[in-house]
Write a protein that binds this ligand. Structure first.
Ligand code: CP
Length: 327
């Protein structure tokens, strides 16, 4: 067994004695720290694939998924990941809760915490809410997406799926175009950080109205020429047009957007067959991505979803053991 794998197993089987930590963002994490999380996820994936006995890593712990905004992938994969580690799971959806009767965020969190939980996976439409909850709570808080701000586990999933496909443990020299509504995308914000930290060159592609006005603190290039970007990059990462966050004035028309920035059938047909295609979902098929591209052998869309389970197992376990650095 490799030294690295042995030390990973030692860590996972030991009690670090550290208090639980949060995962609120991927910002500030070193390449080694990200690789450590991905390595832990690979170990979980290997155990699941080999149908090894269920891990008891979180036996006796309770994970609450606390979602103030809709989700399919994030909620289901976190809840499944927690169960695969033998944790109990509590599920809260604002739309069917006493929030509808006017209960405040703080009272809601205190109420859930009073029932005895060890981790809160939080999604909210307002940026910063997971940080606020981390200040209030003794539990490990994991950001499941806050407004247009951060989605750290999606970034880890993307890094996992891409490194697996490339057969390497970093993204050194990989050229990635992230295309579309960067301005409103928490996925873009987190994935740019994770990909850059792992060594990728990232180019943001989109209409000026949907790109951040100032990217001087981001290690990225920007362009509005999608066809040029398609020729120069190894990976094209399509972003969802976020109807719930986009003011219609930011886009002249959907047709014009598709013509200039959609991965259309014509663009897909002329794409280098080695170019990989990513999308975090949910997809607007026929708008930012043609079904032919989404369902092609070049697409990592299903691999990204599948990566959700082992990556979120790694995050839950490492956070609750206090085994990854807090921000
Ligand atoms: N990618 C993602 O966060 O999907 P959900 O909104 O379905 O969780």
């Amino acid at each position: 067994m490799a030294q690295r794998e042995r030390s990973l197993n030692d860590l996972l089987s030991s009690n670090t004695g550290n208090p639980p930590r949060h995962l609120l963002s991927v910002a500030g994490r070193s390449k080694q720290n990200l690789q450590f999380i991905l390595e832990t996820a690979r170990e979980h994936a290997r155990r699941l694939e080999n149908k090894e006995p269920k891990s008891s890593a979180l036996a006796g712990k309770t994970v609450a998924s606390v979602f103030f905004e809709d989700s399919t992938r994030t909620r289901l994969s976190f809840e499944s990941a927690a169960r695969k580690l033998s944790a109990d799971v509590m599920s809260f959806s604002a739309g069917t809760s006493s929030v509808k009767k006017g209960e405040s965020l703080r009272d809601t969190i205190q109420t859930i915490e009073a029932m005895g939980i060890d981790s809160l996976v939080v999604r909210h439409s307002s940026p910063g809410v997971p940080w606020q909850i981390a200040n209030w709570s003794k539990a490990s808080v994991i950001n499941g997406g806050d407004g247009a701000h951060q989605h750290p586990t999606q970034a880890l999933i993307d890094a996992y799926a891409l490194t697996q496909r490339l057969g390497q443990n970093d993204l050194d020299g990989v050229r990635v175009a992230i295309v579309g509504d960067v301005l409103h995308s928490r996925v873009a914000r987190s994935t740019i950080t994770a990909f850059s930290s792992l060594g990728a060159f990232v180019t943001l592609v989109g209409p000026r109205t949907l790109l951040p006005s100032d990217t001087t603190n981001w290690s990225v290039d920007t362009t509005s020429d999608f066809d040029e970007a398609l020729k120069k990059n190894d990976v094209v990462y399509m972003l969802r047009i976020q109807k719930e966050r986009t003011n219609g004035a930011l886009m002249s028309s959907v047709n014009e957007y598709v013509n200039r920035f959609g991965l259309t059938r014509n663009r897909f047909d002329s794409l280098d067959p080695m170019t990989l295609i990513m999308h975090a979902g949910p997809m607007n098929r026929g708008i930012e991505i043609t079904p032919a591209a989404a369902d092609s052998a070049q697409s990592l869309v299903t691999a990204q979803v599948a990566a959700g389970i082992p990556v979120r197992m790694a995050v839950l376990e490492l956070c609750m053991r206090g085994a990854i650095n807090n921000e």
